[in-house]
Design a protein around this ligand. Structure first.
Ligand code: ADP
Ligand code: MG
Length: 254
């Protein structure tokens, strides 16, 4: 039951059905890669998990540790332990990373409970140490003039500090530069563990050279066409998405 359970999910936008019966389970403690060609609906799935209002869920359900995620408001999903990478605000001039993260943590506490400054900085610096990040980074303004790698650093630090139960990382199809790629990989590899389930969405096999997932799922045309262990990513690299699509069986995955 400690899992993010997506069952037979169907998502439409306008009159177009984009996700067409998707079933996927991410238990806590595992890293699942979701791969697929451009336009297969990966980001649409991520946006619906985050609670984006433009998309309609027409069938299926999403349970987080048994709880119906889709009936919760976006901020409530976050408070219950769902982390979405792309939700990081684009730029907040004048707000330092340290203060931003503090506010984010504070907002997740029950009403009336105060986050002590000393506790907060202890936690922040402990996470930075774990991630091998320089402390001076937290005095920068959020995303202001950040390189791709620095944006990813801020995102990974946020993930570390918030300690969610599940993280959905949607890596853009435009690709990551090598610094950003290594930051994400190092971050995920440092943070993966029994308390965190990770859904790593990527178009790029290359990322999986650095992060070895427990399971790989291939999404084509709005549904999972293949699931397997890490070797599936290599096979996919060799044979391409057309192979994955051909002769694919219905999601007979656990
Ligand atoms: P992926 O992330 O796998 O590349 P997306 O989820 O971004 O795929 O897109 C899947 C399909 O849904 C595409 O055909 C895209 O054009 C369509 N789509 C996504 N968002 C919207 C939107 N807001 N309005 C119209 N069509 C959309
Ligand atoms: Mg996408």
């Amino acid at each position: 039951m400690k899992e993010l359970n997506i069952e037979n999910l169907r998502i439409t936008i306008g009159d177009q059905e984009i996700v067409r019966g998707l079933t996927l389970r991410v238990p806590r403690g595992e890293v699942h890669a979701l791969m697929g060609p451009n336009g297969s609906g990966k980001s649409t799935l991520a946006k619906v998990l985050a609670g984006h209002p433009d998309y309609q869920v027409t069938a299926g359900k999403v349970l987080m540790d048994g709880e119906n995620l889709l009936e919760l408001e976006p901020d409530e999903r976050a408070r219950r332990g769902l982390f979405m990478a792309f939700q990081y605000p684009s730029e907040i001039p004048g707000v330092t990373i340290a203060n931003f993260l503090r506010a984010a943590l504070q907002s997740r506490l029950p009403e009336g409970e105060e986050l002590e400054a000393t506790d907060y900085y202890a936690r922040l610096y402990e996470k930075m140490e774990l991630l091998g990040m320089d402390r001076s980074f937290t005095s920068r303004s959020v995303n202001e003039g950040f390189s791709g790698g620095e944006k990813k650093r801020a995102e990974i630090l946020q993930l570390a500090v918030l300690e969610p139960k599940y993280a959905v990382l949607d890596e853009t199809d435009s690709g990551l530069d090598i610094d950003a790629l290594k930051t994400v990989a190092h971050g995920v590899n440092s943070l993966r563990g029994p308390d965190l389930g990770i859904l790593l969405i990527t178009h790029y096999q290359r990322l999986l050279n650095y992060i070895v997932p427990d399971y790989v799922h291939v999404m084509v045309g709005g549904r999972i066409v293949r699931s397997g262990r890490k070797e599936l990513a290599l096979e996919l690299e060799e044979r391409g998405y057309d192979w994955a699509r051909e002769g694919a069986v219905e999601p007979a995955f656990r």
